[in-house]
Design a binder for this molecule. Structure first.
Ligand code: 13P
Length: 251
């Protein structure tokens, strides 16, 4: 049985005081319950603040991006080792906002995935199609291309420290979540591809989160799909009273 995993992607929101309060409220609300794995992913500037709150709790700390080198002349970048040093166990890579707004492609994402895993981080790798892709019946092709590109050169052992997050671009921040059936179909496709390339045991063990307008009132129907193993939550992760019911929907 795959343990459900719900992560909050705070994106470019929260100041230090707000981040501390939000993390404290999540920890208090969970009260040590670890039936669902939970991670919080604040912006870089609040990692240290949130790390202090999460220390000694079952809630993990994740970052939202990293560079593919551990150090060097890369002005403005943050390395995997720096994230580890701050107490991160996870990093989100390949988010659609980085793919589409910052121009990141699969080759770059693949380098980051290798670097993050080599440094000892766990990776939440995001992928998903645009509305145009879906309307043009290209969803399968796009997902396959993203899988091939971002996972190039990764063996089954490396895959054990990865989570996929299926985030259809048209559902992110729009209030239009994928239906449970659409999510299940895409997740089954992703798992099927992994079974072909990395074998059935690796595919069976891999957790695939759904992300895109997950809210307290739609979480349960999404999370009960057989191939939906949790959620990557944007907007609703910024308020503990919206995030906690989503976590509980995974129990
Ligand atoms: P929303 O939950 O705000 O739609 O964002 C989803 C997302 O991008 C999580 O990474």
């Amino acid at each position: 049985m795959r343990k459900k995993f719900v992560a909050g992607n705070w994106k470019m929101f929260t100041d230090r005081a707000g981040a501390k309060k939000l993390a404290e409220a999540v920890v208090a609300g969970l009260a040590g319950d670890n039936r669902v794995e939970v991670a919080l992913c604040p912006p870089f500037t609040n990692l240290e603040t949130v790390a202090a709150v999460l220390r000694g709790t079952p809630v993990a700390l994740g970052a939202q991006n990293c560079h593919f080198e551990n150090e060097g002349a890369f002005t403005g970048e943050i390395s995997p080792l720096m994230l580890l040093d701050l107490g991160c166990s996870h990093v989100i890579l390949g988010h659609s906002e980085r793919r589409h707004k910052m121009g990141e492609g699969d080759a770059l994402i693949n380098k980051k995935v290798h670097a993050a895993l080599a440094a000892g981080l766990k990776v939440i790798l995001c992928l998903g199609e645009t509305l145009e892709d879906r309307q043009g019946n290209q969803t399968g092709l796009v997902l396959k291309k993203q899988l091939e590109g971002s996972l190039a050169g990764l063996d089954e052992a490396k895959l054990e420290r990865m989570v996929l997050a299926y985030e259809p671009v048209w559902a992110i921040g729009t209030g239009h979540n994928a239906t449970p059936q659409q999510a299940q179909e895409a997740h089954a496709f992703l798992r099927g591809w992994i079974a072909q390339t990395h074998g059935k045991p690796a595919a069976d063990a891999l957790r695939i989160q759904y992300g895109g307008s997950v809210k307290a009132d739609n979480a349960e129907s999404l999370l009960k799909q057989p191939d939906v193993d949790g959620g990557l939550i944007g907007g609703a992760s910024l308020k503990a009273d919206q995030f906690l019911p989503i976590v509980r929907a995974g129990i």
